[in-house]
Design a protein around this ligand. Structure first.
Ligand SMILES: [Zn+2]
Length: 76
C-alpha cells in the first residue's frame, strides 16, 4: 500500500478552562473547553457587561460574576 498524500495538522497542548484537563487543540482554534465540558458550558447563560457610574464621573464595566459579588456586599 502506497500513501499518495500526507496532511499535516498542527495542534497545541491546551488546558480546559473549566476542568483543567489537558487536550490537543488544532492550531488557531479558539475553543477553550474540552469535549466533555462544551455541553456543560453551553447550558450556562452568556456573561453580559454591566456599567456602573462612579461619583467622580468615571464608568466601569463588570461582568455578571463581578456584579454579583458587589451586590452581595463584597462578601460572596
Ligand atoms: Zn473540561
Amino acid at each position: 500500500m502506497e500513501i499518495d498524500e500526507v496532511e499535516i495538522v498542527e495542534v497545541e497542548l491546551k488546558y480546559c478552562e473549566r476542568c483543567g484537563g489537558l487536550w490537543l487543540r488544532v492550531m488557531g482554534d479558539e475553543q477553550v473547553y474540552c469535549v466533555s465540558c462544551i455541553p456543560l458550558m453551553a447550558e450556562l447563560p452568556v456573561a453580559r457587561k454591566v456599567k456602573y457610574r462612579l461619583p467622580n464621573n468615571h464608568t466601569i464595566e463588570l461582568d455578571n460574576l463581578e456584579s454579583s459579588f458587589f451586590a452581595a456586599g463584597g462578601n460572596a
